[in-house]
Design a protein around this ligand. Structure first.
Ligand code: GDP
Length: 446
């Protein structure tokens, strides 16, 4: 899986790690090569373009972390963006939502994609690891051989299949599967729908009718990973017409270019839940974006090295700031820093509760109706101050205030509230400073 892409990417990025300093030009050149590698792996053009743009933005915007090389840092950024591209915001891709029994799972896809094989593989996984009772039913009325195939696989893996009754329509079979599943006490029943060689209206209408009858909890599209962008197009088509909840990419054991895996989530918005890695019944793997990104990049050591270095830097920064506070230094830059931290950590309560002695003030702020919107406005006000004003808030007199508020598009009143808050916080910091480290540790101001 992903061998070619992985070789290409590590070749390009490896060069970066061997350079001490990187110019913007070096990074651009490397990213151009990354882009070519992605396109050659059949990643769709908009996805590749977007990917490079995000990496470029992050690479230029970021200060280089001590103790790692710029090249290593670029690799970490590429890795993180790979994960983001593969995962979207979904972390539990490999899970199936099967709630109240008997839960219907609809399996859809083109003929030859590996749909029947994957149905059986999933059934085996659900019975083996999920300890569920599963019933499989083939709805491929136009191909008796396909119905037989499912029955054979069922016997092989020890999973029940719905008896074949010739002459029934797919919807009738779906109804019978539900009845049998209820009567037989099954947790899940899987409907293996008919496939065609290409997407046609009759097929879609048939699958729609089955979907409306069965009301599936999951609708899993099986697509051939070797078909690259076609796989992504197929997914888009099925999703528009049927509505899918997830994708299984088959034949990822082959020497395909792997691009479908990278484009799927970004283009369709639907997660890849599993990948098929062979013809055997156990050749099915959960799709873990982190793990897959690691495999594509093949540079796990560097990624964790950079992660550790970044954690170290954050800890050092926090300590430095604490030292300043202890000396009674707390200017508008510090306040901005705090406000930004609060935004990141989910609002006032989160972060203030964690700072020693800040619990009370957090409550006051909450009482004053300070939320994220207010935080954003306060940051805008500080941004509108000059460097000198931020370092020395005592400079903030009437005419300056007017300019600052206008610059942020806000009222002077709001700036006054910010200045008052700054003064209160600075006072607290000063008191903490006087109490020294011991006082801080006890949280004596709470
Ligand atoms: P269907 O027409 O979509 O139901 O496709 P089948 O399930 O009959 O599969 C078609 C062929 O692809 C069979 O020979 C399967 O063994 C094979 N196949 C399915 N999944 C995979 C996979 O992940 N890797 C490989 N190498 N072959 C697969």
């Amino acid at each position: 899986m992903f061998e070619n892409l992985s070789d290409r990417l590590s070749g390009v990025l490896d060069k970066l790690t061997r350079q001490g300093a990187l110019s913007e030009e070096d990074v651009s050149t490397a990213l151009r090569e990354v882009r070519v590698a992605l396109l050659e792996a059949d990643v769709s053009l908009p996805v590749a373009r977007d990917f490079i743009k995000r990496v470029q933005e992050k690479a230029t915007g970021q200060a280089v972390t001590k103790s790692v090389t710029p090249g290593q840092q670029v690799i970490k950024i590429v890795h993180d963006e790979l994960v983001a591209t593969l995962a979207g915001d979904d972390e539990n891709a490999g899970e199936l939502r099967v709630d109240s029994p008997p839960a219907p799972i609809l399996m859809v896809g083109l003929q030859g994609s590996g749909k029947t094989t994957t149905t059986a593989k999933l059934a085996l996984r659900l019975t083996d690891r999920g300890k569920k009772r599963v019933l499989m039913a083939s709805l491929d009325t136009s191909r008796p051989a396909a119905m037989e195939q499912l029955a054979v696989l069922g016997t092989q893996i020890g999973v029940d299949t719905l008896p074949i009754v010739p002459g029934q329509s797919p919807v009738q079979i779906a109804k019978r599967a539900k009845q049998q599943a209820s009567l037989g006490g099954y947790d899940i029943y899987m409907l293996d729908t008919a496939g065609r060689l290409s997407i046609d209206d009759a097929l879609m209408a048939e699958v729609e009718a089955v979907r409306d009858e069965a009301k599936p909890h999951e609708t899993i599209l099986v697509v051939d990973g070797l078909t690259g962008q076609d796989a992504v197009n197929t997914a888009e088509n099925f999703d528009q017409r049927i509505g899918i909840t997830g994708v299984v990419l088959t034949r990822m054991d082959g020497d395909g270019r792997g691009g479908a895996a990278l484009s799927m989530r970004a283009v369709t918005g639907k997660p890849i839940k599993f990948v098929g890695l062979g013809e055997k019944m156990d050749a099915l793997e959960e799709f873990h974006p982190q793990r897959i990104a690691g495999r594509i990049l093949g540079m796990g050591d560097i990624v964790s090295l950079v992660e550790k270095a970044q954690e170290q830097i954050e800890a050092e920064q926090a300590e430095k700031m604490m030292k300043r506070f202890q000396k009674g230094q707390f200017n508008m830059n510090d306040l901005k820093n705090q406000l930004e931290q609060m935004m990141k950590m989910g609002g006032m309560q989160g972060v203030m509760g964690m700072l020693p002695g800040m619990g009370k003030m957090a409550k006051q702020m909450e009482g004053a109706g300070i939320d994220d919107k207010v935080l954003r406005r306060q940051i805008a006000l500080i941004n509108s101050m000059t460097k000198a004003e931020r370092r020395n808030p005592a400079l903030l007199q009437a005419s300056r205030k007017k300019r600052i508020a206008a610059g942020a598009g806000l009222e002077v009143q709001e700036l006054n509230r910010l200045i008052k808050m700054h003064r209160q916080m600075a006072d607290v910091m000063k008191k903490m400073g006087k109490m020294g480290k011991k006082g801080l540790m006890r949280g004596g101001l709470g």
